[in-house]
Design a protein around this ligand. Structure first.
Ligand SMILES: Cc1cc2nc3c(=O)[nH]c(=O)nc-3n(C[C@H](O)[C@H](O)[C@H](O)COP(=O)(O)OP(=O)(O)OC[C@H]3O[C@@H](n4cnc5c(N)ncnc54)[C@H](O)[C@@H]3O)c2cc1C
Length: 502
């Protein structure tokens, strides 16, 4: 039987919850980390089945170098217990651009200057197209050299509007930039992503590249970090759903689980999503109407829909293939039109990838391959039209996959599966989002929910609060930020208690 009194309770062992829980445990705090899932990792929990180890969704970790994951494992003394796999060792991936005539050109993905010619060729820009080259260099240089102050000034304008204000560029370059550093990185159309986030992401990726992974799975990384909680006198409780976060006299005081058990702590950190935390686990009654309305109005990321193909033989020789059809840079209204059935998904970018190339992730010679496109985060989206579009494009990029005998079985990845491993769907049209609260105008940078709440000592961690980066990296960044806030708050509280005694 676990103990019932703790210094801190963390609800949810996703990347954000695991980060903050393990850092706090390492400082000597008695931490309870609980999750409804059988293992830590959240939406990126590693599944082990039929000899495969894989995550339910495609994963590409950015940056490749100097990531916060390495900072976390080093701080916890766990750097030798997880084995980093660099994109450079296996190839980061390949990008493909399809022009309006249906011609497809590909390029290996890396940010080395020597690869620039390949990338330009993919965008159909030749070295003697001086005007196009000059346009690309001018815009790329402008974005790469922007100072923090200049970036801070780009949170009232969308990525698309800002990029288009930089002057004319070749169509392929515009598509690549907005699809990769806007929609792709933030899982949100670039007419909604704050321009400051896009420029920051471009700078981070140009410096640190992408394509990181860990032996035994990305979820395995968080299993190891979560182990620090128990190693330092705390408790890790899996398969345990929290049904309420308990508040007494305006202060948080613990949680209740599905089986009716109560655990108490003066500090509760929720990784269960800002909506579930405020509107369901704590309950609207504990907040002002203004605050709950603000939470209800927050905008979610897009979701992914697609296939997991389990193959009898290797079908991909690179971890990631992305097809950008010309004009694939959609506005949010176009995603809404597709969801209503008023438009067909016929121009979005298609992601194809596998983690089975990494050591011991699949039975010899077999692969699990993801093929996805983006859609609105509604858990009831009809997958059919998206699946047809994906199939058409997978046949163009990897026809070998559809050769007889290659696919052993197929699983459909719907938006409805996300809450099963992630956070509950709370409001209509929401729940399937890949990350959480989107980095859009009004909720990115300084405008992002900070992680504290109107309830004393109740914090939110993960993709729904403070933090920057792509998906898991943002969640880990949030974990570090909430750790700092909680440590400062408890130190301040201890010193004012001491002052009161003097
Ligand atoms: C389709 C898809 C593609 C993605 N692609 C990428 C990618 O390429 N690169 C990348 O870096 N990231 C990617 N992500 C995003 C990544 O999964 C998230 O960024 C990350 O998992 C968010 O971490 P988190 O800590 O905020 O929350 P989550 O991962 O959602 O974890 C929340 C945890 O809280 C638990 N929980 C919730 N409610 C309760 C409750 N009531 N009681 C107990 N436990 C509870 C859940 O079980 C879960 O474990 C993708 C996600 C999806 C869905």
């Amino acid at each position: 039987m676990p103990e019932t009194n703790y210094d801190v309770i963390v609800v949810g062992a996703g990347p954000g919850g695991t980060t903050v829980a393990s850092l706090l445990a390492k400082t000597g705090k008695k931490v309870l980390l609980l999750d409804k899932n059988p293992a830590p990792g959240g939406r990126m929990m590693t599944v082990r089945k039929d000899g495969f180890s894989y995550e339910l969704f495609p994963i590409n970790c950015v940056p490749q170098h100097d990531s916060l994951f390495e900072k976390l494992s080093a701080k916890l003394g766990k750097q030798n217990d997880v084995k980093l796999i660099l994109g450079n060792d296996f190839g980061i991936g390949r990008l493909y651009y399809e022009n309006k005539k249906g011609e497809i050109r590909g390029s290996v993905m890396n940010y080395k200057p020597t690869n620039l010619i390949n990338m330009l060729n993919m965008m159909n820009v030749k070295l003697w197209h001086f005007k196009s080259l000059a346009q690309i260099i001018r815009v790329a240089k402008k974005m790469i050299t922007m100072t923090q102050e200049e970036i801070d000034g780009l949170y009232q304008i969308s990525a698309m509007e800002f990029f288009d204000s930089l002057g004319p560029v070749p169509a392929g370059f515009r598509t690549f930039m907005l699809a990769t550093f806007g929609e792709g990185a933030f899982e949100m159309p670039s007419d909604r992503v704050a321009a400051g986030e896009m420029v920051k992401m471009f700078q981070v990726t140009a410096k640190g590249s992408g394509g990181r992974y860990y032996e035994e799975g990305i979820g395995h990384f968080f299993e190891v970090m979560a182990g620090v909680v128990a190693e330092n006198g705390g408790t890790l409780l899996m398969n345990t759903r929290v049904t309420s976060i308990d508040v007494k006299n305006g202060r948080v005081n613990g949680v209740t689980t599905e089986d009716g058990k109560h655990f108490t702590a003066p500090v509760v950190i929720s990784n269960a999503g800002i909506r579930q935390t405020v509107l369901k686990l704590v309950g609207e009654d504990h907040f002002s109407t203004d605050y709950t309305q603000k939470i209800k109005n927050l905008e979610s990321n897009l979701a992914c829909i697609g296939y997991r193909y389990f193959t009898s033989r290797p079908a991909l020789d690179t971890p990631m293939m992305v097809l950008f059809p010309e004009g694939c840079v959609a506005k949010y209204s176009e995603f809404e039109a597709m969801a209503r059935g008023d438009a067909k998904p016929e121009s979005g970018y298609v992601y194809l990838g596998t983690t089975s190339l990494y050591p011991n992730m699949a039975p010899k010679g077999k692969q699990v391959i993801y093929a996805v496109v983006s859609c609105v985060p509604d858990t009831d989206v009809d997958p059919e039209p998206y699946l047809r579009y994906i199939e058409k494009n997978v046949k163009k990029l990897a026809p070998q996959l559809y050769e007889p005998g290659c696919i052993e079985h197929t699983e459909i990845m719907t938006t409805g599966i996300v809450p099963v491993v992630g956070n509950d769907a709370i409001l209509p049209g929401q729940g399937g989002e890949s990350y959480g609260i989107a980095n859009t105008l009004g909720q990115a940078g300084k405008d992002r929910p900070r992680g504290d709440t109107p309830i004393e000592n109740l914090y939110i961690v993960g993709n729904d609060s403070a933090g920057f980066g792509l998906g898991t990296h943002q969640a880990v960044d949030s974990g570090f930020k909430i750790f700092d806030i909680v440590m400062k708050h408890t130190a301040d509280a201890a010193s004012s208690q001491k002052d009161a005694l003097v």
